[in-house]
Design a protein around this ligand. Structure first.
Ligand SMILES: *Cc1c(COP(=O)(O)O)cnc(C)c1O
Length: 394
């Protein structure tokens, strides 16, 4: 390190700053997210920034929008990356399309359903919760009965519940909602890119996702889309959207034809997202879904042949996130930490109701490949016995 100037020394001593260059290790991120970013994405992000109003950047925005529509299989005009993580895009769906006093039915099959409940409550909704145990999905009958009984303005569901590894079936739900004058809002944070999902075919009106799971990009952007029906609800609001930053009526003028300043877009993150979406377009969305399926089946077979139990029945299992039961007596957190420290491989611990009961293994985006599955399976086989022995002794 170069010698510090007297001013730097004072600052350094006062704040105990370490001024070495950043030296983060390469890790394989097989937890619930973030997932590894593709090298091509990282290269795109490192380009010098352009102005967010540069004609070249405005063109890039169009390209990102078009590729996002492809990824989601939607023609929704209003499809943009929100400047913020998945939770910002999540909040944007609710801030714009839920007005105080609206009834919202929220399907809660894990932690992220509860986050939706929390957000809807903060925007003054009359929230009705429908629940399934963590590891199960809601039945279509339960969902329809709740819509019929409560006549909500919005039905909010989580397509891929990252806390449990469950894939929520949606057959016919969109149509049913529309027949009951209700908007369908869907969390697709852990499904976009990796789990079969056609928004328009499903009749989804509002959806959001993130950049760092199935899209092989670092965290920082939250894809957001709304249908013409959702736009109509926004336009018919009696009150202003109570959140300036996420108000789509303001963002429309930046993303629409006027291109007037709203906030300074995180341009480099959008460079990265463009490259990530380009990767997806090159592969083809259906090929990407099939690849995620193949590699997760390889993982499931391998885990089961080591005598481990999967938490979710095969017909509801996500191809992007697998929950594995921690064997009796094994300290799950200690094992995950050992995998990280000794091997640079991250797996996730349980969340909420499943804390201490499962590990969460993500195979998302670029990370979904046989080499990664085999590396993880070999490590589990090699390292887990010692943790089982400790359990037996204790
Ligand atoms: C990760 C995740 C979120 C939140 O996204 P962030 O990017 O962490 O803000 C929301 N919903 C689900 C299902 C998730 O997995």
């Amino acid at each position: 390190m170069s010698p510090l100037s007297p001013v730097q020394q004072t600052v350094s001593e006062a704040h105990r700053l370490r001024l070495d260059p950043i030296a983060t290790p390469d890790r394989l991120l097989l937890g619930p997210g973030p997932s590894n970013a593709d090298p091509r994405v990282l290269q795109a992000i490192s380009r010098p920034p352009l102005s967010h109003l540069d004609p070249l950047y405005l063109e890039l925005m169009n390209e990102v929008q078009e590729m996002l529509r492809y990824a989601w299989q939607t023609d929704n005009r209003f499809t943009i990356p929100v400047s913020g993580t998945g939770s910002a895009a999540m909040e944007a769906t609710i801030a714009n399309c839920v007005e105080a006093g609206d009834t919202v039915v929220v399907g809660v099959i894990g932690y992220f359903g509860l986050r939706l409940v929390d957000m809807c409550g903060r925007y003054g909704a009359n929230v009705v919760q429908i629940n399934a145990p963590w590891g199960e999905a809601l039945s279509l009958e339960t969902i329809k009965a709740a819509v019929e009984e409560h006549k909500p303005a919005v039905l909010a569901l989580v397509h891929a519940e990252t806390s449990t590894g469950v894939w929520q079936p949606l057959d016919g739900i969109g149509e049913f909602c529309h027949a009951h004058d209700c908007l369908l809002l869907l969390d697709t944070v852990t499904s976009l890119g990796g789990v079969p999902l056609k928004l328009d075919e499903l009749g989804v009106d509002l959806a959001y996702s993130c950049s760092q799971k199935g899209l092989s990009c670092p965290p920082g952007l939250g894809p957001f889309t709304m249908s013409a029906r959702a736009e109509a609800k926004l336009d018919a609001r009696k009150s202003k959207v109570p959140n300036w930053y996420l108000d789509m009526s303001g963002l429309k003028s930046y993303w629409g034809s006027q291109r007037t300043y709203h906030h300074t877009a995180p341009v480099n993150m959008n460079f990265g997202l463009r490259e990530a979406l380009r990767l997806l377009c090159e592969e083809g969305i259906e090929n990407s879904w099939a690849r995620h399926r193949r590699n997760s089946e390889r993982l499931w077979d391998g885990l089961e042949s080591q005598g481990l139990q999967l938490h979710v029945p095969v017909e509801l299992r996500l191809p992007t996130l697998t929950t594995v039961r921690i064997p009796e007596g094994v300290d799950g957190k200690a094992f995950a930490l050992h995998m990280l420290n000794a091997h640079g491989v991250e797996i996730g611990n349980g969340l909420g109701d499943l804390a201490g009961q499962v590990w969460r293994i993500g195979l998302m985006g670029t990370n979904s490949k046989p080499e990664n599955v085999d590396r993880l399976l070999n490590l589990m086989e090699q390292e887990l016995p010692a943790f089982r022995q400790t359990a037996a002794v204790a």
